[in-house]
Ligand binder design. Structure first.
Ligand code: SAH
Length: 229
């Protein structure tokens, strides 16, 4: 079973959205597992502080490396073969090929940041890999962790069923997916493209391929290598 562990100051946020629909059904069916680990349990002292002021000054608070390391060690003891990833906008952006690689492994341990983020020494000191879900700033790593987990879980064996293995989705071929339509045939004057109702599967495949390329060029030229983002 694919096993996720999430180190967080807000374990009560989980499973949250992951308890519903496809991922939730799979969770209840035992196709994947989710453990939350309260970061504060690894803090010491009367106040159980997990954070401290940034060295060099500046606003906000930084998660302490000693507290993070104890939590990571506890998670690794349970799952020595699972990669440990920290959610941070300072990491490489998550892509579908990384999602596939993670989903085909034993699981993942995720470290959720809060405040200004992590003491940088955790990355080298505990072989933690940084990963970002996009070029914007969230208030905490929990939603980012859920995004990563949702992307992985739908690829776990048995979750989506053989019929839709996800092979045709956007990014799987290096392109955005072609657009979809369904009934009604005409909606507020807008008709479904004729080719899709023609029953000619060769023509449909050609049209879809062309639209995938056109839309990728329009919305995501970076995927074609035209313009690095
Ligand atoms: N000071 C940091 C941002 C901290 S945001 C910086 O400028 O790089 C607080 C936490 O939210 C982060 O530690 C991280 O865990 C999470 N977070 C915010 N944006 C994220 C993103 N794009 N991807 C992944 N995690 C993110």
């Amino acid at each position: 079973m694919w096993q996720a562990r999430v180190i967080t100051l807000y374990p009560e946020m989980f499973p949250g959205p992951l308890g519903h629909s496809l991922a939730g059904r799979a969770l209840r069916d035992g196709l994947w597992g989710l453990d939350t680990i309260q970061l504060r349990d690894f803090a010491e002292g009367r106040h159980r502080n997990v954070d401290d002021t940034p060295s060099g000054g500046g606003p906000g608070m930084v998660l302490r490396v000693d507290v993070l390391a104890r939590a990571v060690d506890a998670a690794r003891a349970k799952a020595p073969d699972s990669p440990v990833l920290a959610l941070t906008p300072r990491g490489p952006r998550l892509k579908q090929d990384r999602v596939r690689a993670l989903a085909s492994g034993p699981g993942v341990t995720l470290l959720c940041g809060r405040f200004e983020g992590f003491d940088e020494r955790i990355f080298a000191g505990r072989q933690v890999e940084p990963v970002s879900i996009g070029d914007f700033i969230l208030s905490g790593g929990e939603l980012a962790a859920m995004v990563l987990l949702d992307a992985c879980v739908r690829l776990c064996p048995g979750v989506m069923g053989a019929a839709s293995s996800g092979d045709e989705e956007s990014f799987e071929s290096g392109l955005l997916e072609y657009p979809h339509y369904t009934r009604p045939a005409v909606w507020e004057g807008h008709a479904i493209p004729d080719v899709l109702t023609s029953g000619d599967h060769g023509k449909i495949a050609t049209w879809r391929r062309r639209r995938a390329e056109e839309d990728t060029r329009l919305w995501r030229p970076d995927l074609l290598g035209d313009k690095p983002l």
